[in-house]
Design a protein. Structure first.
Length: 56
């Protein structure tokens, strides 16, 4: 089971670019905003566990 934390790098329309906090050398992950909490903003931190994102 993958459990990790992300930082919202940018929001581009219906998608958000996320970067893993513990592995900054990886490429950004593009995620549909429909899968993310509504209240996200650029710079906020997200926790990913059990195929769900939540605000930290």
């Amino acid at each position: 089971m993958l459990t990790c934390d992300y930082k919202v790098i940018s929001i581009d329309g219906d998608y958000a670019h996320l970067q893993r906090i513990d592995q900054t050398d990886e490429e950004d992950k593009l995620v549909a905003r429909a899968l993310l909490p509504e209240e996200i903003y650029e710079g906020c931190l997200l926790h990913y566990e059990w195929m769900q994102y939540s605000m930290m």
